[in-house]
Design a protein around this ligand. Structure first.
Ligand code: ADP
Length: 488
């Protein structure tokens, strides 16, 4: 079975969040199940240089205002990548979505319209003699893939669309829509029209054969006004084809026993290395060298979604009780400043690093005792999965994928030996405060804390189960097998 992924980011080539981790890891996990996957990405500046065996698979004289090529290559991990090399759209400084000044690129509709149009073309005609059986598009940047497919008279393979975060919808006005080369009939309420605008995300929702999101709880939440961000009605209509499949993590990249970014390795059986990581983290972050401190970490975008404003009123209490906080994140300037100020007020107890730092994220996951994730909504969340794997107990809001992956250490779960972290609801400052108190109480019983850590480290967080669920889904839309067991 052959699957074409279309997405706007992919670890390790280009990453701004969890989408990249999924797009980088899931195709490899599918490969282990006999599925051939290729990933189509925008050819952002410098990305082609990170690939090997690069060849030109197609030339396009004009893709929305300039010539473009389709490049084919591989990552060091063996991921097959197609790049839409369109310098007029993608060869620029800044992030995939934002100018160096932090504003959306004004031509984002055209940039990701082009990605989707080429995704649809590769879906229909393939590259060389490789033709996909299913096109799997991710998030709004690839939302127009099924629209371009439906707009053409050519036969096309079925499409699966995955919502990684419904907060980002890719809205543009009628003027931009005119530049996308789509027929006017798609710009209707039954199509991609959304309150007078063109919604790339809605196109993915209405024109795809199957919809998934990244956790079962989020799949239910999306159909409610509280979480659906205006698209709950559309999703409710399509409930019969909507399912939730949990994200996994790349357990080779995130392996506490063999992580080259750590000063010492550790495992559920041999935890001594975790203490060395804690000490290295305290040294690096300017925290007091205290092996007994309850050290909380945060690795997060600093936005309203992530709920970190709820932590601000508790920093004093954490510090007074001898706890420590090591935060890594970037985002809203007001939140960045609030945390920086708190770090200045609590030297040795609170450390704040503003920025994006992959190696530091590994050390924080390894060296901390607990990771705080008070998200107001969280489609799946990956940092709690890294926390579980590194024995860093997740303290999470009871929402989305957080609710599906962490088992709260209530009395019954502790007695049964199944607890892996703490959940709290309602998602308010008071709710988080209560969870923090519970964490201090649990930590006071160090033997119990270690037992929960070991349980957390044994929790399955890899891609195996979820990749198998995607294979089932692909089979259900194509009616074929993987080709491995002789039925495809
Ligand atoms: P989202 O995609 O909503 O940001 P996820 O939890 O799904 O949240 O994924 C976030 C990913 O980005 C994780 O891999 C996390 O480690 C990483 N990350 C977030 N902020 C930072 C940062 N400041 N530095 C390094 N990695 C970060």
């Amino acid at each position: 079975m052959r699957i074409l992924f279309v997405a706007s980011e992919c670890y390790p080539l280009v990453k701004t969040g969890g989408l990249a981790d999924v797009v980088g890891a899931l195709p490899l996990a599918l490969g282990r199940l006999g599925v051939e996957a290729k990933v189509l990405l925008p050819g952002y500046r410098g990305v082609a240089d990170k690939l090997s065996e690069v060849t030109v698979a197609a030339d396009y004289p004009d893709v929305f205002g300039g010539p473009a090529r389709l490049l084919e290559g591989r990552t060091a991990d063996g991921l097959d990548v197609l790049l839409l090399d369109a310098p007029h759209l993608f060869d620029r400084a800044g992030s995939p979505y934002l100018t160096p000044e932090g504003r959306d690129w004004p031509d984002n509709p055209v940039r990701f319209g082009a990605l989707s149009a080429i995704g649809a073309a590769v879906g229909r005609f393939g590259v060389g003699d490789w033709r996909p059986d299913v096109v799997h598009a991710h998030d709004w940047q690839a939302g127009l893939v099924p629209a371009y497919m439906e707009a053409s008279d050519e036969p096309h393979p079925p499409t699966v669309f995955t919502i990684h975060n419904i907060a980002f919808q890719g809205l543009c006005g009628a003027h931009d829509f005119q530049r996308l080369g789509l027929p006017q009939w798609v710009f209707t309420p039954a199509g991609l029209e959304f309150y007078g605008q063109c919604s790339f995300l809605k196109a993915g929702l209405v024109f795809s054969q199957r919809l998934t999101t990244v956790s079962p709880t989020y799949a239910r939440e999306l159909r409610t006004a509280e979480f659906g961000m205006g698209l709950q009605g559309v999703l409710d209509d399509r409930a019969a084809v909507l399912s939730g499949i949990l994200n996994g993590i790349d357990t080779a990249v995130w392996d506490p026993a063999a992580d080259p970014l750590l000063p010492a390795g550790f495992s559920a059986r041999k935890m001594a290395g975790k203490l060395r990581c804690k000490s290295a983290l305290q040294a690096k972050s300017g925290l007091a060298q205290d092996p007994d401190a309850l050290l909380f970490t945060v690795v997060s975008r600093l936005t309203g979604q992530k709920g970190l404003d709820l932590l601000l009123p508790h920093v004093e209490m954490i510090s007074e009780r001898g706890g420590q906080i090591a935060l890594l994140g970037a985002g809203e300037p007001g939140l960045e400043k609030a945390f920086r100020d708190l770090a200045a007020q609590h030297p040795g107890q609170v450390s704040v690093t503003i920025g994006y730092d992959e190696p530091l994220a590994h050390l924080l996951q390894a060296g901390a005792e607990a990771i705080l994730i008070p998200s107001r909504f969280e489609p799946c969340g990956l940092t709690q999965l890294y926390g579980l794997r590194y024995g860093t107990l997740p303290i999470v809001a009871r929402t989305g994928g957080l609710a599906d992956t962490v088992i709260d250490a209530n009395d019954a779960a502790v007695r049964a030996g199944v607890a892996t972290g703490l959940q709290f609801a309602p998602v308010t400052a008071a709710g988080l405060g209560f969870a923090l108190e519970r964490a201090f109480d649990l930590f006071a019983d160090r033997k119990l804390w270690r037992r929960i850590q070991q349980r957390a480290m044994g929790h399955p967080v890899g891609w195996e189960d979820s990749a198998a669920q995607y294979v089932e889904l692909y089979r259900s839309v194509t009616g074929q097998g993987t080709g491995r067991d002789g039925d495809g």
